[in-house]
Ligand binder design. Structure first.
Ligand code: HEC
Length: 191
């Protein structure tokens, strides 16, 4: 019997020693915590997790530069163009003469930002905010209708806080249409 009890008694002492250690350690931790209060941990709200609260269709989570670019598209989708541009169609056909004139005008007024073939890589591209639109792509999308282009070029980016200049007082309406015809023709080089 004594042989059986012996290890048990030893185990009991070990347990007491461990408890004593825990009390001392606990006191030390408590003292440390008392001197420097830990900030409240921010537990996720399980009923309203982040991904549920975020409105994916809202422009807010976007970087400010991207928001400016998207704002024009969103504005058009929500409201269309202002009345004075509604239903506008290019009166010029994409003829060689019109495209030639459009190329000269584009090179003089747009290329510096939008680049030679509308890839947003002109010399001043890095200096403007947001970066210049990729007109080569825009012109091929359902967004790139005549009234949208005429509105964007005429009014510029004032409404959206972008660096896109307004051309309604710098170019005639006919000149803007010729630039649009040139873009629709695919930004061809001079023959
Ligand atoms: C000083 C630089 C600059 C010049 C010069 C410039 N643009 Fe822009 N343009 C921008 C920037 C930046 C944007 C993007 C922000 C925005 O949509 O307002 C833009 C946007 C546009 C858009 C709308 C694109 C879209 O995705 O909806 C069109 C169309 C456009 N420009 C055409 C032109 C044409 C045509 C010319 C020349 C007559 C021109 N731009 C001259 C900077 C410029």
């Amino acid at each position: 019997m004594t042989d059986c009890l012996k290890p048990k008694r030893q185990g009991g002492w070990g347990l007491i020693a461990m408890l004593a250690l825990l009390v001392v350690a606990g006191g030390a931790i408590g003292a440390a915590a008392g001197s420097k209060p830990e900030p409240e941990p921010a537990y996720p709200d399980m009923w309203n997790p982040d991904w549920l609260l975020r409105d994916w269709w809202d422009l807010d989570p976007l970087a400010p530069e991207r928001r400016k670019r998207m704002a024009r598209h969103q504005h058009f989708m929500d409201h269309g163009v202002p009345d004075e541009y509604r239903g506008e169609r290019n009166p010029f056909s994409v003829s060689p003469e019109v495209v030639r004139e459009g190329r000269v005008l584009y090179a003089a007024h747009c290329q510096n930002c939008h680049g030679r073939v509308g890839m947003g890589d002109g010399d001043a591209a890095l200096a403007v905010n947001p970066s210049p639109a990729l007109l080569a792509f825009l012109i091929q999308t359902p967004l790139g209708v005549d009234e949208y282009l005429m509105w964007s070029v005429s009014e510029g980016g004032a409404l959206f806080g972008s660096d896109m200049p307004a051309y309604k007082d710098r170019l005639s309406i006919a000149e803007i249409w010729k630039i649009i015809a040139y873009m629709r023709a695919g930004f061809p080089r001079a023959e």
